[in-house]
Design a protein around this ligand. Sequence first.
Ligand code: ADP
Ligand code: TRP
Length: 320
Amino acid sequence: MRILSGIQPSGKLHLGNYFGMMQPALELQQRGEAFLFIANYHALTTVAGAAELRAATQDVALDFLACGLDPERTAFYRQSDVPEVQELMWLLSVVTPMGLLERCHSYKDKLAKGVPANHGLFAYPVLMAADILAMQANVVPVGRDQKQHVEVTRDIAIKFNNQYGPVFTLPEPLIRAEVAVVPGLDGQKMSKSYGNTIEIFGPAQDVRAKIMRIVTDSKTVAEPKDPETCNVFALYRLFATAAERAAMAARYRAGGLGYGQVKQALAEKVAAHFDPLRRRRAELECTPERVAEALRRGGERARAEARQTLHRARQAVGLE
Ligand code: ADP
Ligand code: TRP
């Protein structure tokens, strides 16, 4: 099994990113050959400013390594260290129907939010297809919002393979049902663009303060409550064991449990989970040369793979 996923360096890592993409991808490191990368070409569609992009790239590298990415096992790299994906993108572009890209929700959402349309934004899924197909990945762990992009990748690969012969492995998205959409403070999808995130490496007191601000209904302490519709419970369950989850759900239904108490329990879980990772991150921050070396070696591995794929694709279309 070959696993691949990427994340844009365009904001601080939040619980949605962590549970939706990072944790599933990191768990799969043990089960196959993993390629995890920092999508800095993609980030150019939103991040303006060289210093900002460099800082965000370093931040995500620290995040991944602190959260358990093992650079000995997994190829960890910056997208821009594999320029072959750019050429591959062109070879894929010529078999990509306009309609396929016009239907992408993420593109339509960005336009609806007032992001100016440019070719990069439109072609974003083709670049993502090049990332995935270059490494011949068959499993792509992502949150639900990226599912369509992986399906588009599959469609593009099928078109190319039909037209030019079998060059690309067809990928499948891997979406964990229980974390497909992690809710934010207001109950909408947690997303940096909605300003409703809980950052996993934010200062401990900020994390706590945000948890206390999670929106709930206005039931009194005495009233029985429904855990299934509660934003606090939706986050609590991500950290709890099955037994803890069942016990908390029973306390909701019995009444006598205040939302403040659940928030308190959630804050303790979050701290217990992330404090050790935060310490590891702080150590790594003091040894930037180790981070740079991990990325350099990962880039070499990924590039060797991409070169092979590109060679086959160039032969298939008649460039070689
Ligand atoms: P954001 O919405 O904050 O801009 P990104 O689009 O950069 O986040 O997402 C990076 C990865 O994290 C993607 O794989 C995405 O599916 C996943 N992800 C982001 N937010 C969530 C969420 N709330 N629930 C589950 N997965 C998420
Ligand atoms: N578009 C993804 C996101 O915003 C990041 C990404 C780029 C990606 N290329 C990828 C994810 C390839 C998985 C596979 O989250």
